[in-house]
Design a protein around this ligand. Structure first.
Ligand code: ZN
Length: 233
């Protein structure tokens, strides 16, 4: 069974590369397998878009915070930016929780990664709640700091799941490099607390690694490449 990537119409037995009778879109030439052979392929486009939005929500405030530090901005500027970053990070985590559903659909049903993604989703929702709680009430800062490692561990599991989409879905390995970069980024962020960088006097590089931004950008690139491969026609 294959479905139209645009409208989801069940193409049934019609051959690869045929036009959808419903919307006229040419179906992909790739023989899709696993979750991508079913409704999962329809998740590729929204997953790529949401992943890019989530990455932007992490990267933009982080860039502004780094700039503020580099130009030695006033304390009030730092405080405001930090306040904003709690909210954007929380929204990035909620977007990431929804991404777990979309990525799960793109994987074969029997794969353990699919169940693992539910755990990732729970961690991301809990992380978002903790951050929003902190931003709104200014309490439990230590809990938020401790939760950072758990969120990075969840990022690592998520990146591993993303790395399984292409091989189990019948796609090329084009998305593998960014997916494994995301795995490495999350893993390195986790060990940084115990294994500090040799040269990082300002703490900026460690902050970037621990923010999860590296993994988010790499996952967005991986999901974008998967989407591009599916919608090549
Ligand atoms: Zn169609």
């Amino acid at each position: 069974m294959s479905r139209c990537l645009e409208c989801g119409y069940d193409l049934g037995g019609s051959g690869r590369g045929d036009r959808c009778p419903e919307c006229g879109t040419k179906s992909t030439d790739i023989e899709l397998t696993g979750g991508l052979a079913g409704v999962g392929a329809l998740s590729a486009r929204p997953a790529a878009r949401i992943a890019i939005a989530a990455a932007a929500l992490l990267v933009i405030p982080l860039t502004l915070l780094i700039l503020a530090r580099l130009v030695d901005a006033r304390d009030s500027v730092h405080a405001t930016l930090r306040e904003i970053s709690y909210f954007t990070q929380a929204f990035a985590l909620l977007a990431g929780a929804y991404l777990c559903v979309l990525v799960g659909r793109m994987l074969p049903a029997e794969l353990p990664w699919r169940r693992m993604l539910w755990i990732v989703m729970a961690v991301r929702i809990a992380g978002a709640c903790a951050l929003l709680g902190f931003a709104l009430t200014s309490v439990v800062p230590t809990a938020v700091v401790a939760e950072l490692q758990v969120v990075l561990a969840a990022d690592l599991l998520f990146a591993l799941a993303v790395s399984r989409i292409a091989p189990t879905g019948g796609l090329s390995r084009a998305s593998a490099v960014p997916a494994y970069t995301a795995v490495a980024g999350a893993g390195y962020g986790m060990v940084l607390t115990h294994l500090p960088l040799a040269y990082d006097p300002s703490g900026i590089a460690s902050g970037v690694m621990q923010s999860g931004a590296v993994g988010a950008v790499a996952c967005a690139i991986a999901l974008w490449r998967i989407k591009r491969e599916l919608h090549a026609n």
